[in-house]
Ligand binder design. Structure first.
Ligand code: MN3
Length: 248
């Protein structure tokens, strides 16, 4: 694995909101300027900078818990649409600045939050799962869960209830809250609502109907229960470690 710089790490980490990610970048720039380290402005970033990542495993790797047909549609069509929407929003905002006509800014800003948050959460979601996953976490994740939720069993019930209870489309999210250094569970609506700024998602579960309806139909609870069999706790641990170091 190639070494990761701070910007790469933040990008892969994905704070809970797009705004939070941008905020960290701005702080970094301000700190550099304050120390006289910023020699020249960075080149303008191309607007179509986001791309669909590889799934990292076969579409049927998570069978029988999550079926291959769902994974194929979910990754190749749904996630791809968020990437396209995110790039389009950024292009519209860039075009507004270029032309001086800012009529599209309001809609494009809404689209930026929706598609940007959708893209980031799906990137985390794919990596949170693996073939023959499941079980219980070890090491720092286990310790932090015990400290903030009482036990793994209580956390599991709490997370399942939050994910299962999302009204409409959304996500169950276990996140690191850097201000107090604790774990929090959210039930995000759509991709970007009902969250706390600056939190870093560690473990996320997509509960949009497109994530489970082919196999589970209206049984969201059955899908949430099955998720515990495919979690890659090693990846969750890597994210916790990175989040603590980058937000210390
Ligand atoms: Mn989805």
């Amino acid at each position: 694995m190639k070494p990761m710089n701070r910007r790469d790490a933040l990008g892969s980490l994905g704070t809970l909101t797009v705004g939070g990610w941008i905020g960290l970048g701005a702080q970094e720039s301000a700190a550099q300027e304050a120390h006289g380290q910023r020699q020249q402005p960075e080149p303008v970033r191309p607007p179509n900078a986001y791309s669909l990542p590889e799934l990292g495993y076969a579409y049927d790797a998570l069978e029988p818990h999550i079926d291959a047909a769902t994974m194929t549609l979910h990754h190749d069509k749904h996630h791809a649409a968020y990437v396209k929407g995110l790039n389009a929003a950024i292009e519209k905002l860039a075009a507004s600045r270029e032309s001086g006509n800012f009529d599209a800014v309001s809609d494009a800003t809404t689209a930026l939050a929706f598609h940007g948050s959708g893209h980031i959460l799906h990137c985390v979601f794919w990596k949170n799962m693996k073939k023959n996953g499941g079980g219980e976490p070890k090491g720092a994740v286990a310790r932090e869960i015990d400290r903030d939720f009482g036990s793994f069993s209580r956390f599991q019930q709490h997370f399942s209830k939050a994910a299962g209870g999302v009204q409409g489309s959304g996500w169950g999210i276990l996140a690191w809250e850097p201000l107090s250094g604790r774990l929090l569970v959210f039930g995000a609506e759509k991709h970007q609502n009902h969250t706390v700024w600056g939190c870093v998602p560690l473990l996320v579960l997509d509960v949009w109907e497109h994530a489970y309806y082919l196999k589970y139909q209206n049984n969201r609870g059955g899908y949430v229960d099955a998720f515990w069999n495919v979690i890659d706790w090693g990846h969750v641990g890597d994210r916790l470690d990175l989040a603590r170091r980058l937000t210390a």
